[in-house]
Design a binder for this molecule. Sequence first.
Ligand code: PEP
Ligand code: MN
Length: 349
Amino acid sequence: MVVVMSPEATEEDIERVVSRVEDVGGEAFVSRGKVRTIIGLVGDIESFHHLNLRTFAGVADVHRISDPFKLVSRQHHPARSTVWIGPKGNQVPIGPDSFTFIAGPCAVESAEQTVEAARMAQSAGATILRGGAYKPRTSPYAFQGLGKRGLEILASVREATGMPIVTEVVDARDVPAVAEHADLLQIGTRNMANFGLLQAVGEAGKPVLLKRGMSATIEEWLMAAEYVAQRGNLDIVLCERGIRTFEPATRNTLDISAVPVAQATTHLPVIVDPSHAAGRKDLVVPLSRAAIAVGADGVIVDVHPQPETALCDGPQALLGTELRDLAKAVRQLPPALGRVDSSSLARKG
Ligand code: PEP
Ligand code: MN
């Protein structure tokens, strides 16, 4: 870490920084320039953070020299990455040149419901189908998903529609079965810091969609991605899905600034889930517009042919007018920002 003092900083200001750094067990190396003084800190970076050196008199700036993660860091890989989803011959990109629209039911409930939701998603312009076969529910009495049967339904709907599939894996023991059927393995918010599961999906040979933990900092989220990358899998897509705050109007608070912050720090693509962020269908379209405007690489949205009978998350599922409005936003806004529809870059050959 480097502390840059302002040109007006006094000797006492410099001394105060040095002595506080030494108090927490660090070393401070002072180099005096003609105009400014720079202090290099060596030691435990976390304890330096707690000092809040930016607030000290005479301090102009504080720089962290290296990220705590390596493989996913943009410091070592400045160009932003594109992750390709789907089997060879039918691959959809998620990355900086395109905008990828992912949609589908929260949970796979039946073959009919899934195929209907997939058709709705596809006609709205979605290029990847979402649907949970294993559901991580807060209550153990709530619908837990169809499990293996759900995976089979997803595979048959992929066959019928040609849409690659993203589905969640909640248990490391299910990783081989999910990897056999899905094109993109989702790690949900509740499992972002389940390090054994992260390592297991890192070895599964399929791209990973890593949702941000609802109480995780951006740095913790990127450290979780590093667990996957460390196992040899750099095909990781990050998903901001809202964090817990004191605000009860929405299910979670969509942290829109997390998108550019993460994109500046990591080369991995970053998408947004406005459905699980808001928990309300009336906010999905405005939040999707915000996601596009802030530079997200895609959105993942819940749709359901009969939200009122949905076994999971019905209040946030789109149908009808909202879905048409979303389709319009996804068609019109990304091109204004220099992005093309992911289907026009798809690798069909
Ligand atoms: C989901 O996408 O189905 C889901 C459960 O999301 P999250 O992990 O963000 O709550
Ligand atoms: Mn859900």
